[in-house]
Structures are given as C-alpha cells and as structure tokens.
Design a protein around this ligand. Structure first.
Ligand SMILES: CCCCCCCCCCCCCCCC(=O)SCCNC(=O)CCNC(=O)[C@H](O)C(C)(C)COP(=O)(O)OP(=O)(O)OC[C@H]1O[C@@H](n2cnc3c(N)ncnc32)[C@H](O)[C@@H]1OP(=O)(O)O
Length: 176
C-alpha cells in the first residue's frame, strides 16, 4: 500500500490551557510535569492528523524550561509534524506563556517528540511522508535525520558507528 505524502502544515495543532492552582508548585509556577502532559497530548494530536491512526509516544528529546509560566497565565502550545520515517513521526513544539490581563506573550520552551503509529493489532504501521513547504518546515525537516540518529543512539537502538548523518555533521564542522 502506498501512502500519499501530506503537507506539514496540515498537522498543525494549537492548544490553549489556563494555569489553575492545581497545576502549580508552591512558587505559583506551572509544574513541568503538567506542561509535558499537555505537550504530549498536543503532539499526539498533530501526529494523528498526519497519519490518521492511533499513536504512542516513543521518546521525548530534552526539554529545558526557559521561563516559568505563572498561575492565572495562559499556555499556548503549537505542535507540527516535521518528518516521518517508516512507522515513526517527529513532532516539533513551541510553548509560550501569556499574561491575559497585560496581554503579552513570553517564550517558555521548545521540544521534539517522536511517536509511532499503531495498527488495530497494536503493531507499528507505516505512516505518510511529510512535505515541508515553508523555510522553517524545510529546516526542521532537514535536521530531523540527525536528531533521529542521536535519540536512537541514546535510546540504545542504534550503534554510533551507523549514524552516518551525525558523522557527516562532525566531519563538516572539522573541515570548516
Ligand atoms: C482503543 C482504540 C482507540 C483509538 C483512538 C486513538 C486515541 C489515541 C489517543 C492518543 C492521545 C494520547 C497520546 C499519548 C501517548 C502516550 O502517552 S502513549 C504511552 C507512552 N508510550 C508507550 O507506552 C509506548 C511504549 N513503547 C512501545 O510501545 C514501543 O517501544 C514502540 C514505541 C512502539 C516502538 O516499538 P519497537 O518494538 O521498538 O518498534 P520497532 O519496530 O523497533 O520501531 C518502530 C519505530 O519506533 C522507533 N523507535 C523505537 N524506539 C525509539 C526511541 N527511543 N526514540 C525514537 N524512535 C524510536 C523506531 O526508530 C521505528 O521507527 P521507524 O524506523 O519505523 O520510523
């Protein structure tokens, strides 16, 4: 079966949440775990828009929290599929906080997650390829192969010796 490639922007998901007391730590800031939970859902929804199948989270790349999001502020999560491989899909997320009274936005974090599409028997199934159109989508698409190799090495699923894209990156850097 041949799957029709799909445009990256067709997967775009914008999620909005309000930070309530039960979402915060004792400093009145949004808990990192609660944010990751929302990010997981937003990213899974972007993947499902792309592949029209249930997905599971395979891995989460490193997340650093640049700015805390305050109680009573709004959380905006933008999730978009960057590239699909055989059965797995990489998603990029940008997260902002917003003060709804003073009406300004501030960047909270960015992250990549990888999901695997499942068939009705719970086995991984092929996914459509991604068509990257904008400059940003193309940049994310091109970097996806290197990020995939790095996370597979860290997850013990790939030998460093087989990571050709990563090796090429270091060769370019030393030649420059
Ligand atoms: C009842 C019906 C309802 C229907 C309605 C649906 C509603 C649906 C709502 C969903 C909305 C909520 C979304 C929350 C989603 C979760 O939170 S799910 C819960 C947390 N995640 C899990 O429990 C997953 C547990 N892990 C697994 O099941 C398996 O390890 C995996 C991820 C399926 C991979 O299995 P595997 O046997 O290692 O598979 P393998 O064939 O070797 O590799 C398959 C792909 O996984 C990739 N992969 C494997 N490990 C990694 C890794 N560490 N990093 C990156 N990629 C990896 C491989 O590279 C490969 O990719 P491709 O080369 O094919 O593109």
């Amino acid at each position: 079966m041949t799957l029709m490639p799909k445009k990256a922007h067709e997967s775009l998901v914008n999620m909005t949440e309000l930070v309530l007391p039960n979402d915060t730590n004792t400093f009145g800031n949004l808990m990192g775990g609660r944010l990751m939970y929302w990010m997981d859902i937003a990213a899974a929804l972007a993947c499902m828009k792309h592949c029209a199948a249930p997905v599971v989270t395979a891995s989460v790349d490193n997340i650093s929290f640049e700015n805390p999001i305050k109680l009573g502020n709004v959380v905006h999560i933008e999730a978009i599929v960057t590239r699909a491989f055989t059965t797995s899909i990489e998603v990029h997320m940008k997260v902002w906080g917003e003060d709804p009274v003073l009406q300004y936005r501030y960047k909270s974090n960015e992250a990549f997650m990888t999901f695997v599409a499942l068939d009705p028997n719970g086995k991984s199934r092929p996914v459509p390829q991604v068509i990257a159109e904008s400059e940003e989508e193309k940049k994310l698409y091109e970097g996806a192969l290197r990020r995939r190799q790095l996370r597979l090495i860290l997850g013990g699923k790939m030998k460093p010796a087989d990571a050709n894209e990563l090796k090429a990156l270091f060769t370019e850097a030393t030649e420059a």
